[in-house]
Design a protein around this ligand. Structure first.
Ligand SMILES: [Zn+2]
Length: 161
């Protein structure tokens, strides 16, 4: 295993790398085939608050309630990793930059999430947006360009509508 799960201050728990990681390296892979708890978008409000914070979009208006490491990775406004969608049921966490041993793995939720939600950001970066949502166009223009290659195809389609 390349990662360890431990507390990450105000953010609760986070996922950290156990060794140095090179840019482009696959850190974690999540296969949702055979995953237990899958719900429709309309049923999310019926879930417990904790479960509602752990739903991952897996396509066709379906969400997986998931507590595997991929769902525990915290957001950062300047992330060091991104999620690559082989397809909706197979996702890979890939290093965007070199990551040093015991550094926290972070992704930018704006890049690959959908739906109406908002959360406070505690990434502490000097250009932190403070409030995060799935709205890609809330990103500063330069970051919209920089991260476009990491936006999954399904979200690009939604954004072009
Ligand atoms: Zn932030």
């Amino acid at each position: 295993m390349t990662y360890i799960i431990k507390t990450a201050g105000k953010k609760g728990i986070g996922v950290f790398v156990k060794r140095n990681i090179k840019k482009g390296e696959v850190i974690y892979e999540k296969d949702y085939r055979g995953h237990g708890k899958i719900v429709k978008a309309k049923d999310i409000p019926k879930l417990s608050e904790k479960d509602q914070n752990h739903v991952d979009y897996i396509g066709r208006e379906r969400y997986a309630v998931d507590y595997s490491p991929i769902s525990l990775i915290n957001h950062s406004c300047r992330p060091n990793a991104y999620i690559y969608y082989v397809n909706f049921l197979l996702k890979k966490v890939i290093a965007m930059d070199d990551i040093k041993k015991m550094e926290e793995i972070t992704v930018n939720y704006i890049i690959d999430t959908t739906g109406k939600w908002k959360m406070k950001c505690y990434c502490k970066h000097k250009n932190c947006l403070h409030i995060v949502s799935s709205d890609y166009f809330k990103l500063p223009k330069d970051l919209q360009e920089k991260y476009w290659k990491y936006v999954p195809r399904w979200k690009k389609r939604m954004l072009r509508k």
